[in-house]
Write a protein that binds this ligand. Structure first.
Ligand code: PMP
Length: 284
């Protein structure tokens, strides 16, 4: 069955959903995106994603083509028209189509596209029970990782390198310290303390990260926001990653070193439960 896709004000069958070859998203990766999870037909942390989108657009001096209320309505329409129970909504906004020029064009209407991906049982991913394996790779991305742009080729290369190495994902390392995962924020747990890199231009300010750290503090867990090395991670009691689509995902192996007993740790498991419970309560 054909999905309904939103393109520049219209709800279209996916075969008819098209953008121009002159679109700057295509020519310059001049665009930003968001991914919002849907559980039980409801949006998880929509407000956080909308806020980060506004910031990404403003950092790139791009106009928002729709208001936050309109954006919410489009998300809801797509959930309903595509009958999404569990899944994801992908949103991309680019600077629009214009003659190729490195300078930002004046008066070009932005392009806005949203589509859904159905993922039945998204919250019951079997990987969360087994935990995932990661490898470390050099972080060669640009210096403004806090802006959620569509330049995802390097993360894509790293995910392929992980796959070839028999792992599930990669952790990016810069100047000897872990920045984050290819598409998630990275954490270790040592002696009960949760350690994750502090916010800066070096990492994406994860919406799930913000929620998980808040829930951890509310549950009296100790959180330390600082960078850590791969050696420190290999020696940790447990590790995990967070993102809107994976929620809290335990990591059980780093560069071949098995953490703890090789099973998801107690802190990651507990935080996953709390995150899913609390997020379902506030889903809209
Ligand atoms: N870091 C990177 C590089 C990412 O691509 C993502 C997911 N988009 C995240 C962190 C996690 O962010 P969020 O929790 O908002 O999905």
């Amino acid at each position: 069955m054909s999905r309904t896709v939103y393109v520049n004000g219209e709800y279209l069958p996916e075969e008819e959903a098209k953008v121009s070859v002159f679109d700057r998203g295509f020519l310059f990766a001049d665009g930003v995106y968001e991914v919002t999870s849907v559980l039980g037909g409801k949006l998880i942390d929509f407000g956080g994603h909308a806020k980060r989108l506004a910031r990404s657009l403003s950092e790139l001096e791009m106009d928002a083509p729709v208001t936050e209320e309109e954006l919410l309505e489009i998300h809801r329409q797509l959930v309903s028209r595509n009958d999404i129970d569990d899944g994801l909504i992908y949103l991309q906004i680019t600077r629009g189509a214009a003659d190729r020029d490195f300078h930002y064009p004046a008066d070009t209407a932005p392009t806005i596209v949203l589509f859904t991906q159905s993922k039945p049982g998204l919250a019951d991913n079997p990987a969360a029970k087994a935990g995932i394996k990661v490898i470390s790779v050099e972080d060669q991305r640009w210096g403004r990782r806090d802006i959620k742009t569509v330049q995802l080729l390097y993360p894509s290369m790293c995910k392929m390198a992980a796959k070839k190495a028999g792992a599930d994902d990669a952790w990016l390392v810069e100047e000897g310290k872990v920045t984050e995962g290819t598409s998630n924020n990275a954490y270790i747990v040592k002696d009960g303390k949760i350690i994750t890199r502090e916010l800066s231009h070096d990492i994406l300010h994860g919406i799930t990260r913000a929620a998980v750290l808040r829930f951890a503090q509310e549950a009296q867990m100790v959180v330390e926001e600082r960078a850590f090395t791969i050696d420190e991670a290999k020696d940790a009691d447990e590790a995990f990653v967070t993102s809107a689509s994976a929620f809290v995902m335990p990591v059980v192996e780093i560069d071949g070193a098995v953490l703890g007993d090789g099973k998801p740790g107690a802190v990651a498991t507990r935080l996953r439960e709390i995150y899913l419970d609390e997020s379902r309560k506030t889903a809209i």
